[in-house]
Design a binder for this molecule. Structure first.
Ligand SMILES: [Ca+2]
Ligand SMILES: [Ca+2]
Length: 414
């Protein structure tokens, strides 16, 4: 019997067996964090990428009909295990889903119980922030005709490449260097991206086309796309595809809970909550790096469902340059944000105005004066079930005669 532990980390192109490290048999279990993709970097210090905190498990070969159990942090969780057969194999996937997920950056010990012995491993989970509920607006505000992102792209013409830091990218977007990138068709010079973020400067005019990352013509049928607005007029040679910064914004329709995101990019990026130009929002992830394409996961918690404004700032210094924006689904499958599939997170570059209903009622001679924002509704009685009906044609302030008899009013979002 052999088994491999997978702390369900998103670091390779392989879904189920990410970060697997096969064990020779009973005994202490060794975990190789980042195995299979040594280029991974971390939002931790000092070493590699850590797994998400929403699940811990293992894959066991040759289990047959034998039983398997698990101990997590000293508690036997066997009754809560999910044990399923890996498709097209006899391997069993054993997964425990802590509820709530493991705390940000916390360390744990898990033990796999089978064949009369318990085999232990230790692991540490990725950090995460909890975003404020006030950052969201209701999902109903999404404009279904505005699926996608807005992208502002800037490029500098300089004699040496700019620093590979998020601070440089923010400064460049704010105008620290003369922008030579070609402006987009929108009035504010942005581009509208109606599908997914799968950029690669190899696809830009004058470059040599090639795909990289997880989403490619060969791997997923999603060919890389050029970085909008590049190259601007002026640079020659490699400089045509260098010294770039981009701000990509959208409202993401997210459920409440533990969000598992990832970016594959070259060089680096930061992710904040906020709309275009809002640089002071909560930081979800940031990294300063001058390096080739690699997956780097990040996690955050949404306290309630809704539309969250996301601001992704990406930067390129020299050499290659690419960007992919995705979530990790079940078994950590990578799913592009806004992909045309049911389990993809939807992005909207526009939302409808959200009206917060208010109402105040004052009594005057002969009647009531109702001052309100939103849509006015009336009920004749508060007996359950209350039958609220729209007050057709009403405008604020709305006057009600006391001769009208018993009545109750409320306002709701239009
Ligand atoms: Ca790609
Ligand atoms: Ca680069």
């Amino acid at each position: 019997m052999k088994f491999s532990v997978y702390p369900l980390q998103g670091s390779t192109n392989i879904a189920v067996f990410q970060n697997q490290h096969q064990q020779g048999g009973p005994g202490p279990i060794n975990v190789k964090v980042g195995a299979g993709n040594p280029a991974d970097v971390s939002n931790w210090t000092p070493v590699s990428t850590y797994p998400f905190g929403d699940a811990v498990g293992a894959v066991i070969a040759n289990l047959g009909t034998d039983s398997v159990g698990m101990i997590v942090d000293g508690t036997n969780v066997t009754s809560s295990l999910s044990v399923t057969t890996i498709p097209n194999s006899t391997d069993k996937k054993v997964v425990y889903t802590p509820n709530p997920p493991f705390a940000s950056g916390s360390s744990h010990t898990a033990g796999l119980i089978y064949a009369g012995s318990t085999n232990w491993w230790s692991f540490r989970v990725i950090t995460n922030v909890t975003v404020p509920a006030t950052a969201s607006i209701p999902s109903s505000a999404a404009d279904p005709a505005a699926r996608g992102f807005k992208a502002k792209v800037v490029q500098a013409q300089v004699t040496t490449t700019l620093a590979n830091t998020a601070a440089r990218a923010e400064a460049q977007l704010a105008g620290s260097n003369t922008n030579i990138a070609l402006p987009g068709p929108n009035a504010d010079g942005t581009y509208t991206i109606t599908n997914i973020i799968n950029w690669n400067v190899t696809k830009n005019p004058g470059n040599t086309p090639a795909d990289n990352g997880s989403f490619t013509a060969i791997l997923t049928g999603q060919a890389d796309e050029p970085v909008p607005g590049i190259p601007g007029p002026g640079p020659t040679g490699a400089a045509r595809f260098e010294n770039i910064a981009a701000e990509i914004t959208a409202y993401l329709d997210l459920p409440a809970g533990y969000q598992k995101f990832g970016i594959n990019g070259d060089d680096g990026w930061l992710v904040k909550l906020g709309k275009s130009g809002e640089t002071n929002g909560p930081v979800l992830f940031t990294i300063d790096r001058g390096a080739g394409a690699a997956d780097i996961p990040f996690a955050f918690i949404t306290p309630q469902s809704g539309l969250y404004p996301i601001r992704l700032v990406w930067y390129q210094g020299g050499g290659g340059a690419n960007l992919e924006f995705f979530t990790y689904g079940p078994d950590n499958e990578k799913i592009p944000v806004n992909a045309n599939r049911a389990d993809a997170v939807k992005a909207y570059y526009n939302v409808n105005q959200v009206v917060t209903p208010t109402i105040s009622i004052t009594r005057g001679a002969g009647g009531l004066s109702i001052t309100y924002v939103g849509k006015l509704q009336r009920a004749a009685s508060l007996a359950s079930p209350v039958a609220w009906t729209d007050v057709t044609g009403a405008t604020s302030p709305f006057t009600v005669s006391t001769a009208a008899g018993e009545g109750y009013w409320r306002t709701v979002s239009p």
